[in-house]
Design a binder for this molecule. Structure first.
Ligand SMILES: NC(=O)c1ccc[n+]([C@@H]2O[C@H](COP(=O)([O-])OP(=O)(O)OC[C@H]3O[C@@H](n4cnc5c(N)ncnc54)[C@H](O)[C@@H]3O)[C@@H](O)[C@H]2O)c1
Length: 383
């Protein structure tokens, strides 16, 4: 039986999908009340989502053709939605100032312009860099993290600089279904859907298989492997609905695996196992979700030597490896760093800019899914 909660989860993505002309989507915000510029009929009993979408699309297109602008507000039964080309417009329900247009000369990174992205683990490290880059290239981004304070700090900084709302913080635990569902409910109510979901949150606990506790093994597996399943479960439901009206609009789920998802990692089995596992999930989800126009791909970065995981002066891997003599002969942190740089044919660590190039490629490419894209400076080469 469809509940009122289900309806509130389904209508905004469907309305959002009506505006996809193959490249751009509007933001659809749930409003408390107010008049409707366009009234769409409530879905008829027995109509499939596809049939409802077809009827709504005809009414929506008719409105845009006549008024030469998108409707400021849309009503369905007692529910009201504000539409905008940006978040602040949609919240005010005062209307779209102009029809969105793509800039005349397109570069690969323009593929995220006016899209909604969610980045888990977005408060620091690779995730923070992804959030900054996506905002810089015109996306609206949810900084989704267990660390609420860090996520809020980053979102406020970006909004302050942009002078409009371009990012929002949301506290989430990717290992908890209820938490991920609550996050997606918030995203649906605030912007109507998501075009790019980056499952980036991850943890690392190294340890020998002979001594590692089951608790530590399970902790890594929960975040790095199960978290990707839970996020895909809820993100794909929304994407599947918003992709219905256009039939040619693609959305992306990207998981951040690792070079340790492509080859084993000594005394780091929990992490490598989980990262290999995400590639199995990527391939399987890609096969299933292709019928919903959802692409699912993994990115496998090399070591982010400048990130906090490696460089944190107290708990970073450089300090840990120096203290445990993991690199024979290393006397300083710099020695440890050099040893890791020397493992890379391109002689340096991976950066967020390197990873973003892979993500832009994945989003732009509409003839590929289920792939694991290495970004390792040649350290791991695929067979
Ligand atoms: N750092 C590297 O060298 C490297 C290399 C390859 C792949 N990766 C992968 O890239 C991703 C990001 O790594 P990083 O080094 O930037 O990590 P990081 O530790 O710097 O940041 C991870 C973020 O995830 C958040 N997080 C942790 N558990 C969470 C949970 N249960 N729910 C929600 N958020 C949670 C943390 O609060 C933190 O903000 C991870 O998946 C990691 O495995 C990292």
């Amino acid at each position: 039986m469809t509940t009122f909660e289900d309806i509130k989860r389904e209508i905004p993505p469907l309305i959002r999908g009506l505006s996809f002309d193959g490249s751009l989507g509007l933001i659809v915000h749930t409003l408390e009340s107010g008049p409707s510029a366009l009234v769409l009929p409530s879905p008829s009993k027995g109509d499939s989502m596809k049939e409802t979408a077809r009827k709504w699309q005809a009414l929506f297109d008719e409105y845009v053709k006549k008024e030469r602008v998108y409707p400021a507000t849309v009503g369905v039964g007692d529910l009201r939605y504000g539409l905008g080309t940006n978040y602040d417009e949609a919240v005010r329900g005062e209307g779209v100032s102009k029809l969105p247009t793509l800039p005349p000369s397109l570069t690969r990174s323009d593929v995220v312009r006016d899209k909604v992205a969610v980045v888990t683990g977005g408060a620091q490290g690779f995730g923070e860099g992804m959030v900054r880059s996506l905002v810089e290239h015109g996306a609206f981004v949810y900084v989704a993290d267990l660390n609420r304070e860090g996520a809020e700090k980053l979102a406020s900084e970006l909004n302050y600089d942009a002078m409009i709302t371009v990012a929002k913080a949301v506290e989430v635990n990717v290992t908890d279904e209820a938490s991920v569902q609550a996050m997606m409910d918030m995203v649906i109510a605030e912007v109507g859907g998501v075009d790019l979901f980056i499952s980036n949150a991850g943890v690392l606990k190294a340890g020998s298989v002979k001594t590692m506790s089951l608790k530590d093994f399970a902790f890594v597996t929960d975040v790095d492997y199960t978290g990707f399943f839970i996020c895909t479960k809820f993100a794909s439901r929304t994407m599947a609905i918003q992709n219905i009206p256009s039939e040619s609009y693609y959305t992306d789920i990207v998981t951040i695996s690792s070079k340790s998802g492509l080859e084993g990692s000594n005394k780091n089995g929990a992490y490598a196992g989980a990262k290999f596992g995400t590639i199995g999930l990527t391939q399987s989800f890609a096969l299933e979700l292709v019928e919903d126009n959802i692409k699912v791909n993994a990115v496998c970065p090399g070591n982010f030597l400048d990130g906090p995981l490696w460089s944190d002066p107290k708990r970073g891997l450089f300090v840990q490896y120096l203290e445990t003599n993991k690199v024979p002969g290393a006397k300083t942190i710099e020695d440890v760093r050099r040893a890791y740089e020397a493992k890379v044919p391109m002689n340096r660590g991976c950066t967020t800019a390197d990873v973003m190039k892979a993500i832009f490629y994945i989003v732009e490419q509409t003839y590929e899914t289920g792939q694991a894209v290495p970004v390792t400076g040649g350290q791991v080469m695929l067979n």
